[in-house]
Design a protein around this ligand. Structure first.
Ligand code: F6R
Length: 244
């Protein structure tokens, strides 16, 4: 695992978008998995800008969504589906054959998990996973206490995730109880993982992810064990890391 500190959110976002482009230029059929939420927003914007302005061929690229809120319709602003559609699929005109997302409305969520795992296997595994970190140290919806070996699964959301989620992502009343997510077993099997974070609010969790013990009570600590696990943050998010 290694830590890279960028001047600010903009530099972090532009560099991460370039990393996606570099991968697609060397492996056009790469599988990239990404979180939704605030952190990867500008990375998506830079990625779209560059793909369009430099006419990069992304016709073989395959995208996997990291997670979804259970019970929320895909068209609802705040859902992960909505983020991916508005940030990537629509601007890049990506057909549904080029991506796979969890359906949080599925009646059989277990088979939804199995479907996700088999899609990833059929595609040859994830080349690059770009994730964020929650205020409780979650990655995706791998909440504190999660089994590190799990693949896709459904999980009861932690109180912190519900409180932050309601405040940050939704403008209309929603009920958040469960999440469906790729597991940390999937993350460990990905060829490369980049954990992005920006801002002072993430300083404590980044210090813990980088310097704390590896424990499932703080799921993001698992990144220390990944041979290609990178933590890319801006100066504010790195401000509490002791050994820079
Ligand atoms: C969202 C996801 C979450 C977020 C995390 C940080 O798809 O997987 O784990 O990455 O909660 O969220 P932001 O980036 O909004 O601070």
């Amino acid at each position: 695992m290694n830590l890279t500190i960028f001047r600010n959110y903009d530099a972090l976002s532009a560099f991460t978008a370039d990393e996606m482009i570099r991968l697609l230029q060397t492996k056009p059929d790469a599988v990239i998995c990404m979180a939704s939420g605030s952190t990867p927003k500008d990375c998506c914007r830079y990625f779209v800008q560059k793909v369009l302005s430099e006419k990069i061929d992304i016709s073989q690229f395959f995208f996997v969504g990291l997670d979804e809120w259970v019970g929320l319709p895909p068209a609802l602003p705040g859902s992960c589906h909505y983020d991916f559609k508005t940030r990537l699929f629509d601007p890049l005109k990506m057909p549904p054959t080029q991506y796979h997302l969890f359906n949080g409305m599925a009646t059989d969520l277990q088979s939804e998990c199995k479907k996700m795992d088999s899609v990833i296997t059929e595609k040859g595994g994830i080349d690059l996973m770009i994730v964020g970190i929650g205020m409780n140290g979650h990655i995706g919806f791998n909440e504190p206490g999660v089994d590190f070996n799990l693949l896709s699964h459904v999980i009861d959301l932690d109180e912190t995730t519900i409180t932050v989620g309601l405040k940050k992502y939704f403008t209309e009343p929603v009920t958040l109880k469960k999440g469906i997510t790729l597991g940390l077993g999937t993350l460990m099997a990905a060829k490369k993982v980049i954990l992005m974070a920006s801002g002072l609010t993430k300083a404590n969790v980044i210090q813990q992810a980088v310097e704390g013990p590896i424990t499932n009570t703080f799921p993001a600590s698992i990144i220390q064990q990944h041979p290609e696990g990178k933590i890319w943050v801006d100066e504010d998010a790195a401000s509490k890391v002791v050994k820079k």
